[in-house]
Design a protein around this ligand. Structure first.
Ligand SMILES: [Zn+2]
Length: 174
């Protein structure tokens, strides 16, 4: 273990503790100081979050609900899929926590993935006998993924025999 001093890429100097053998330490030190210093890194992250929040607002996305710490983080996660065709439905989700929970699997929240998840959920409700089997096959022809998800949600809402109270902060039930 040793303390090393160096100059970060932003020009600020710093002092940091490193572990391991000398060779490994030298490499780690080099890598470490190639980055921005912690203050500049935070400033950059905050600026990006503010820009992302602007972008999301400009795209007419609904405001996020969550803590002061969660919201800027979630804005940056949400901005990665803002404007993408397969995420129109998912982008209506206003829970900052939900975005943070799904940050490593944004593909899994595409409208198609949500639709498939909804279909699975529909099957479960049918098995539990709280949702009747449709009298005729549901026709989803010509619908966008966004419309399909809405359609299936409406179907569940209208037909299930047990009523659930949806979380108020999140109008999109998935
Ligand atoms: Zn700096």
């Amino acid at each position: 273990m040793a303390w090393e001093t160096g100059i970060y890429s932003c020009g600020h100097d710093g002092r940091e503790q490193f572990y391991g053998k000398r060779k490994e330490r030298e490499y780690a030190v080099k890598k470490h100081f190639e980055r921005l210093c912690p203050e500049c890194w935070k400033a950059e992250r905050d600026k990006k979050a503010a820009d992302d929040a602007e972008k999301n607002k400009a795209a007419a996305l609904p405001p996020l609900v969550g803590s002061d710490k969660q919201i800027p983080w979630a804005e940056s996660i949400r901005a990665k899929v803002t404007g993408k065709e397969d995420f129109i439905f998912a982008l209506q989700n206003t829970s900052a926590k939900w975005w943070i929970d799904h940050r490593d699997n944004l593909e899994g929240i595409s409208d198609y993935a949500i639709f498939m998840e909804r279909m699975k959920y529909t099957d479960e409700l049918v098995k539990k006998q709280v949702l009747p089997i449709p009298e005729k096959p549901l026709s989803l022809d010509g619908m966008s993924k966004f419309e399909m998800v809405n359609f299936i949600n409406d179907y569940i809402d209208k037909n299930r025999t047990d009523k659930v109270v949806l979380e108020k902060s999140n109008p999109v039930p998935f």
